[in-house]
Design a protein around this ligand. Structure first.
Ligand SMILES: NC(=O)c1ccc[n+]([C@@H]2O[C@H](COP(=O)([O-])OP(=O)(O)OC[C@H]3O[C@@H](n4cnc5c(N)ncnc54)[C@H](O)[C@@H]3O)[C@@H](O)[C@H]2O)c1
Length: 253
């Protein structure tokens, strides 16, 4: 479905980014795996998974808080692979803290990665997609149901993800004429090696989440990646400016 396509997945060394990179590769895309420079070993793990399955990719250092690294990342990917057809704008961070206790440093730390980083990454890839021949591509921003609803201890995180949802609409409005589709995915809580200890330590937190989820379970990384692959591919050719919840029904109630 994605043979001949070139994808960039930010923060692809673990979790949802890794699942997206592997899933895009399985559909035939060549995947540029970006990671923080001190997590290059994690990027190598993802590349090894892709290559073991017969796919191809590359590793690019990227801290999305650094605009010069963003420019270099997109230039290196287009230089090595010829073009960029898909961006999965996945890199993100969270700080859980009661709103009364959030510091300026907490706030900036989340917004700089989740909102500013996502915007400038989309801008750099969008320019590449506009200027390449043929022009166009598909950008998928990793938002969250936390961009659609509120939740405890997530003032900065929810604000950043709500920003990503509406930024997605703005980019869809502006870039339609360049055949650049822009959508967001809004996952519910996902069962990953990183989140599992948190749920085990706070079973009441897990109970609350499961109570709010009509399907009564966490999502898997593969279920989020499936939505991303769908939005990247030809089956979603008419889907543009949309925020797709992958939430087991949380936001339906
Ligand atoms: N796990 C969940 O339950 C869940 C639910 C909804 C949305 N999300 C979103 O999915 C995305 C991936 O989260 P995850 O759960 O896989 O977590 P994760 O920590 O495994 O992945 C985050 C990735 O982002 C990278 N990253 C962090 N700061 C960066 C920076 N400054 N520059 C570049 N890369 C950076 C990390 O190195 C890591 O690879 C995030 O945007 C997160 O908000 C996660």
């Amino acid at each position: 479905m994605l043979a001949g396509k070139v994808a960039i997945v930010t923060g692809a060394g673990s979790g949802l980014g890794q699942a997206c990179a592997v899933a895009l590769s399985r559909e035939g895309a060549t995947v540029a795996i970006t990671e923080l420079p001190d997590r290059r070993d994690k990027a190598a793990e993802t590349l090894a998974m892709i290559e073991a399955a017969g796919g191809a990719g590359s590793i690019v250092d990227l801290d999305v808080r650094d605009l010069s690294q963003i420019t270099a990342c997109v230039g290196a990917t287009a230089g090595q692979h010829g073009r960029v057809d898909i961006l999965v704008n996945n890199a993100g961070v969270n700080i859980r803290r009661n709103a009364f206790d959030v510091t300026e440093q907490d706030w900036d730390g989340v917004i700089d990665v989740n909102l500013k980083g996502v915007f400038f990454m989309a801008q750099a890839v969008g320019r590449q997609m506009r200027d390449q021949n043929p022009s166009g591509g598909s950008i998928i921003n990793m938002a969250s149901i936390m961009g659609l609803v509120g939740y405890y201890q997530r003032a900065a995180y929810c604000s950043s993800k709500a920003g990503v949802v509406n930024m997605t609409r703005v980019l869809a409005v502006e870039w339609a004429e360049h055949n650049i589709r822009v959508n967001a995915v809004c996952p519910t809580f996902v069962d990953t090696p990183l989140t599992r200890p948190m749920f085990e330590a706070q079973p009441e937190f897990l109970d609350d989440i499961l109570h709010r989820t009509l399907l009564g379970r966490l999502a898997t990384p593969e279920e989020i990646a499936a939505a991303v692959v769908f939005l990247a591919g030809p089956g979603a050719a008419m889907i543009h400016g949309h925020a797709l919840p992958v939430d087991g029904g949380w936001t339906a109630m």
